[in-house]
Each structure stands twice: as structure tokens, then as C-alpha cells.
Design a protein around this ligand. Structure first.
Ligand SMILES: [Ca+2]
Length: 455
């Protein structure tokens, strides 16, 4: 009898009843996972069984687009709901103020203090976990996260919990800035998120699930590398695809834990990748600093679709529209506002994202006619670092224009006819190019006039 009472008690404390008004939300963020390298995106080499199941039994958007082809600005959109151009505009003006006040003696000290200032700028913004807190959500940060400690970004718990000199003792400055201890997430352990799950039984939770995978360093577990070892593909493809499978396996372990804790049935799982990557199965990309750190030329940091495009998945137990696949253009600014919608938080007027919840639920068609993005110092052919330049990408269902005014670089692709962007046609479509450039200039002016904080 006593055992039965104890069992029932344990069940009650470990299982919050299904509450669709404040569901648990897990934002699963891949790091440098190029859009073609998933089983559910019809790739017949790369093994991603966990993500395949999420996509097949959820709703899949095949035409999602991140707001930047590198991680820091792209992740800032997921955390703040605003475009990188808005974030950078504010950051640049605040940095200018900071430099004018900084009394550090040496240039090195000035550079370091400026980097530390930027590292904490998130404190000025109203972040996703902070907005969810108004509906009693508890939040956890794990993995890639560039914004100082988890507390600075408004999380209640997390892995990035150190700052400054303390962190620089243990990490290269770039890794210290990109998450520090959080970068061990999934690569070494998922225990911190399991501990968090064990503690949040009675209220809704939000998890930033962002392992630095398949991102470099490329050191996949040997059993996963073995899957690809005997295939007739390049060495860098074998290693990168094994890294993709590593992300997938880690995610599977996490979902099993949620399930075991009876927390899965009340949880919305959302998958998105932070920026793209190109790894053709037959080409080896290890032969230069550019290709080993950024992958193929049309991927990370570039303005091509390989840099921006990402699948987006929604999966939860009470979803009625399971198995739906959409080609609609969706931007990651829409993920922030869709999460607010699911959690019952009113969207602040300054946010430009749409809620795609009606589309996820299959009740209404929503599609963007175009997505315009800006990238600081974008990679262009022959100039991977492209310092002191600004690039724009304009994407509609049919057209993709890539434009770097400072480099006189313009390319146009007919995406419908040429999805891999191999046939550049700007010179035979001069009028189209001019119209799109005008739209970009107009967008640039308009977006910078908008508020980025609540009134
Ligand atoms: Ca990334």
C-alpha cells in the first residue's frame, strides 16, 4: 500500500497535466548544419533518424531562412526577435559612446574592454526568456550562446555562467565569447539540462538547446565516423556528416529523458539551424583556412542560399496537422513571435515577426513574399573575410539577389529553375536587378527607423 501511495505521489510531482495555454517549449538550434544534410530533406547519405522522426511526425518548413549566415547575429534574432541590422545599428552607436568614455591606457586593453562591453550588451534588450517569464516560464540555456552569462540574457539557469578573465584562463577568446562552459553541452554532457528538467516539474519551461554541433572542431565519436568510413565520399564529407549524426544522437538522448520524466507530452519541440554550411559529398574542403573554417564557398558567411536556408520543424503531441510539409518562405524572426503566441504572451508592437502558428496548425496560409537580410563582412568569391563591407540578400520564391555594394558584387539567380545557384543571370536581367536593389535600399532605411524596445 505504502509503495502505491509513494508511486502515485511521485507520478503527481513528475507530471504536469497537459496545459496547452502554457506548453513547455524547447528551441533546438543546430550549429552550422547545411540544409541538404538531413534524411528528411531527402539526403540518402547523412543519417539523422531522430530529426527525421520529428519532421515526419510534426510539421516541416523546407524553406526557412535565418537572418544571418553566421551564428552570433542569427542567434541574436532568436533571442531578441529583431533583425541583425537593427541590433548592430544600436550596438555600433553604443560602442562609439563606450569608446569615448574608455580611459584604458593601451590599445590591447581598449580592445578587450570593448569586447567585454559588447559581450554584455544583451542586458539592454528584452529577451525571449524574459518575455516568457511573464507567464511563469522557467528557462535554461545550454550550448552556443554569445551573450555573456545566462543571467544576462534573462535565463534562470544554464551552462554559460562565467565571464571575463576567469573564462579566458580556460578558453581561447573566441570560444570564451561563444558560450565558454556551455560549449561542452552535448559534446561532453547533457547533465545540466537533465538537472534542470528534474527541478521544474510544476511550471512551464523554456530550453535553449544549442549544442555546438555539427560545428568545428570536427571530432566525431568513432562509432559515428564508422558509418561513413567506407563510403565513396570525400574525407571532409565523412567527418562533417558524422558530426551531423552526433547532433542527432544527442538530441535523441535528450528527448528520451523528457519522455522518461513524463515531460514530453506537454512540450513543443522546435528545430532550426543557426546558419548554413556547404559540404558536397565529393569535394574535400580541408585544404585551406577558408574551407576548413567556413566549409564550401556558398555556405557559411556567404550570401547564397547555402548560408541562409534551414529546415524548421514543429513537433508536439497535440498537433493536429502532423506530416504537413510547407515550401512557404519563413524567416527566423517569425520563430520568436510564434513562441510568444504559443505561450500566450502578447506580441510587443516593435517586433516585426509573424506568428506562423496558424500555418503550423493548418488553419491559415501565411507566407512572406520576400525576405531581405544583411550580413556584415560577407564572404564573396575570392574574398572570404571581406572586411569593412556590408552585404544584402533578397530572396523571393523566384529570385535571389546577392549584393555587396562596397565590392561591386552582384549576382542574381532564378531559384525556381536553379535551386543550387549555379547559373548567374544578373547581366541578362538588368531591370529586375535594379528593382530589387531599390527594394533593398528602401527596406534598409525603413528597418532602421523602427523601435527595437518596448514603449
Ligand atoms: Ca553557426
Amino acid at each position: 500500500m505504502k509503495n502505491i501511495v509513494v508511486t502515485i505521489f511521485l507520478f503527481l510531482i513528475s507530471c504536469r497535466s497537459l496545459d496547452e495555454s502554457t506548453p513547455n517549449i524547447v528551441l533546438i538550434i543546430g550549429d552550422d548544419h547545411g540544409w541538404p544534410y538531413y534524411g528528411f530533406m531527402e539526403n540518402d547519405i547523412v543519417e539523422t533518424p531522430v530529426l527525421d522522426k520529428l519532421a515526419n511526425e510534426g510539421v516541416l518548413f523546407k524553406n526557412g531562412h535565418v537572418t544571418s549566415s553566421v551564428c552570433r547575429p542569427s542567434l541574436r534574432t532568436l533571442l531578441t526577435g529583431i533583425y541583425p541590422i537593427q541590433f548592430d545599428n544600436y550596438l555600433d552607436s553604443m560602442k562609439t559612446n563606450f569608446v569615448s568614455r574608455d580611459t584604458s591606457k593601451s590599445d590591447l586593453k581598449k580592445d578587450l574592454s570593448l569586447a567585454m562591453y559588447e559581450h554584455q550588451i544583451i542586458k539592454d534588450f528584452f529577451t525571449l526568456p524574459e518575455m516568457l517569464r511573464t507567464r511563469n516560464y522557467k528557462s535554461f540555456e545550454g550550448g552556443k550562446y554569445w551573450e555573456g552569462t545566462y543571467e544576462m540574457g534573462g535565463f534562470d539557469d544554464g551552462m554559460s555562467d562565467r565571464l571575463g578573465v576567469d573564462l579566458l584562463k580556460d578558453y581561447h577568446i573566441l570560444l570564451a565569447m561563444a558560450g565558454g562552459d556551455g560549449l561542452k553541452f552535448a559534446r561532453e554532457t547533457q547533465k545540466p539540462v537533465y538537472n534542470f528538467l528534474d527541478k521544474v516539474n510544476n511550471g512551464p519551461f523554456f530550453i535553449w538547446y544549442a549544442p555546438m554541433l555539427p560545428h568545428t572542431p570536427f571530432d566525431p565519436p568513432s562509432d559515428l565516423l564508422e558509418i561513413y568510413q567506407d563510403m565513396d565520399i570525400s574525407e571532409s564529407a565523412k567527418i562533417y556528416y558524422a558530426m551531423c549524426t552526433w547532433f542527432d544522437r544527442s538530441l535523441g538522448e535528450f528527448i528520451n529523458y523528457l519522455d522518461k520524466n513524463k515531460q514530453l507530452e506537454n512540450t513543443i519541440l522546435i528545430y532550426v539551424n543557426d546558419n548554413g554550411w556547404e559540404q558536397d559529398p565529393q569535394i574535400d574542403y580541408t585544404n585551406s583556412l577558408e574551407f576548413s573554417t567556413l566549409g564550401g564557398p556558398k555556405g557559411k558567411k556567404s550570401l547564397y542560399d547555402f548560408g541562409f536556408k534551414t529546415p524548421i520543424i514543429f513537433n508536439y503531441s497535440w498537433l493536429k496537422n502532423k506530416g504537413a510539409i510547407y515550401d512557404n518562405l519563413v524567416s527566423t524572426v517569425d520563430i520568436f513571435t510564434t513562441i510568444l503566441d504559443y505561450a500566450g504572451v502578447n506580441k510587443p508592437a516593435y517586433l516585426q515577426g509573424l506568428s506562423i502558428r496558424p500555418l503550423v496548425e493548418g488553419s491559415k496560409n501565411i507566407s512572406r513574399k520576400k525576405i531581405i537580410n544583411y550580413v556584415k563582412n560577407p564572404r564573396v568569391p575570392g574574398d572570404p573575410w571581406s572586411n569593412d563591407s556590408t552585404g544584402f540578400s533578397y530572396r523571393s520564391d523566384r529570385w535571389h539577389l546577392l549584393w555587396v555594394p562596397d565590392r561591386n558584387f552582384v549576382e542574381l539567380y532564378d531559384i525556381k529553375a536553379d535551386p543550387y545557384e549555379t547559373n548567374e543571370i544578373s547581366s541578362s536581367n538588368i531591370d529586375t536587378v535594379e528593382v530589387i536593389k531599390e527594394e533593398i535600399v528602401f527596406w534598409n532605411e525603413e528597418v532602421l527607423k523602427r523601435d527595437i524596445f518596448p514603449n
